[in-house]
Write a protein that binds this ligand. Structure first.
Ligand code: DUC
Ligand code: ZN
Length: 460
């Protein structure tokens, strides 16, 4: 399929200009002004921004959590991604304890085959022992140069500091990157037990048992360990000023540390956990949503570059049959929130629309920045000849109201229910094909390819 996109405002992470983009065989073939049609399908981009498709480097399709499984599989979750302008996702492999990384990868690739958009995978270092050093090396060779460590969840996927140091040293040696979930697992467990024993079972106690200092301490510890093991570190879902302070301090010393936040931490505050009739359960995620006072500091970090990425940590659970498992005990509520479809619209509305940053910075935060950090650039995250033809035509004037009644996530709740957005994708092109146009999805199960990623490209 060939497309000629005409008369758009082309926007990258550094510049914008008026022009046309020709796509052939899934790649960008030519960029110019007044390009002559050569039999392609013509796509009118008048009044539209044309930018590289979104890259969401933190999503969880069909992830087992607390006795259930996140409700989007690769097909439904990636379709929701496309509907929102994201054309590349990076999910995870979580080996069972004792399971060879390569075996876990093989199984995950079977699930990934359903993806409608291109996808990559991170490897989670869920245990340490014989074969793990080789597992890390083999993963890098297989196109997985990013390794997730959990400083929480010690009884399931978390590892202790001794193993963390071993893993970081190995990853660092290879020029690969550690990505860390930063919460102090033991104190979280202590507080959960204490609240439950006192009869505090409501969703609010999920947040009470994971206060900001728990995250701040773990972020500072991860930063210190990464520095001393010569590992590059990326901190996922930064929510609070305590974590930001740790990241800023480390960056001020010139250390290679990077971080993301997510729309729910920018736009929601912890009062969501007090919603009546157990509705607060729809917002249970870890780290939890914070008091409002943290939000502006997160925005500031996106503006000044202390954080480089906005991801979603998309991990949906239905209220019916899933969240309600924890109706009488917050510890049994599966944690994670949906959001893959609305990342761009929310960040555009509240970032560009609200005057916080320019369009180029927006493109950097949702596409180019993650493409570079996760070894996908310039195949992804760029408008350049030879890059994949993953493009968004963005209508800056289109308005919408987010609702579970109309979203594409497989989830009976939206954490952004009733949120108004201005700025939406009108057309999304994935692999050179129109996958979304004017509200209609035309995606194909299995069209997405597994992306072998390179080492992180570090800047700033
Ligand atoms: N946090 C969640 O809330 N869910 C999935 C994984 C995570 O880190
Ligand atoms: Zn996550």
């Amino acid at each position: 399929m060939s497309l000629l996109i005409r008369n758009g405002t082309i926007v990258t992470a550094t510049e914008r200009w008026h022009g046309d983009v020709r796509c052939n065989d899934g790649e960008i073939a030519e960029i110019g002004v007044g390009l002559e049609p050569a039999g392609e399908e013509l796509v009118d981009a008048t009044g539209r921004y044309v930018f590289p498709g979104g890259v969401d480097p933190h999503v969880h399709m069909e992830l087992p959590v607390a006795g259930t499984v996140s409700s989007d599989d690769f097909e439904s979750g990636s379709a929701a991604a496309i509907a929102g302008g994201t054309t590349t996702i990076v999910d995870f492999v979580h080996p069972e304890r004792g399971q060879a990384y390569a075996d876990a990868l093989r199984a995950r690739l079977v699930e990934g085959e359903a993806s409608v958009c291109d996808y990559g995978l991170h490897m989670a270092v869920t245990w340490w022992g014989d074969g793990c050093r080789d597992g890390i090396r083999e993963s890098v060779a297989a196109g997985i140069p990013t390794f997730k460590v959990y400083l929480a969840y010690k009884d399931v996927v978390g590892i202790d500091d001794a193993d963390l140091i071993r893993a970081m040293a190995e990853v660092g040696k290879l020029g690969a990157m550690v990505i860390a979930h930063c919460e102090h697992g033991e104190i979280v467990e202590h507080l959960r037990e204490r609240y439950a024993a006192a009869g505090h079972t409501e969703p609010r106690y999920h947040a009470q048992s994971r206060p900001p200092e728990v995250e701040g301490e773990a972020t500072a510890r991860a930063a210190m360990l990464a520095a001393l093991t010569d590992a590059t570190l990326y901190v996922v879902h930064v929510t609070c000023r305590e974590s930001l302070a740790a990241i800023r301090a480390s960056r001020a010393l010139g250390r290679p540390i990077f971080g993301e936040t997510c729309p729910h931490y920018l736009l929601l505050d912890e009062s969501v956990y007090d919603r009546p009739d157990f509705e607060g359960a729809a917002y249970v995620c870890a780290p939890p949503i914070r008091p409002r006072e943290h939000q502006e500091e997160l925005w500031q970090a996106l503006i000044d570059g202390a954080l480089q990425v906005v991801a979603t940590d998309h991990c949906p659970f239905n209220m019916a049959g899933q969240r309600e498992l924890g109706r009488h005990d917050f510890r049994r509520i599966p944690g994670g929130t949906p959001g893959i479809e609305h990342r761009l619209a929310l960040l555009y509305t509240h970032g560009v629309g609200a005057g916080r940053f320019e369009l180029e910075r927006f493109v950097d935060l949702v596409s180019t920045g993650p493409a570079k950090l996760f070894g996908l650039y310039p195949r992804k995250g760029a408008i350049a000849v030879g890059s994949d033809a993953d493009l968004v035509l963005w209508d800056p004037e289109a308005t919408g109201v987010i609702s579970a009644a109309s979203h594409h996530h497989r989830c009976d709740r939206s954490i952004y229910e009733g949120f108004e957005v201005r700025g939406l994708p009108s057309t999304v092109i994935s692999g050179g094909r129109i996958a979304y146009r004017d509200g209609a999805l035309t995606v194909t199960r299995g069209a997405g390819r597994f992306l072998k990623r390179g080492l992180p490209q570090l800047e700033g």
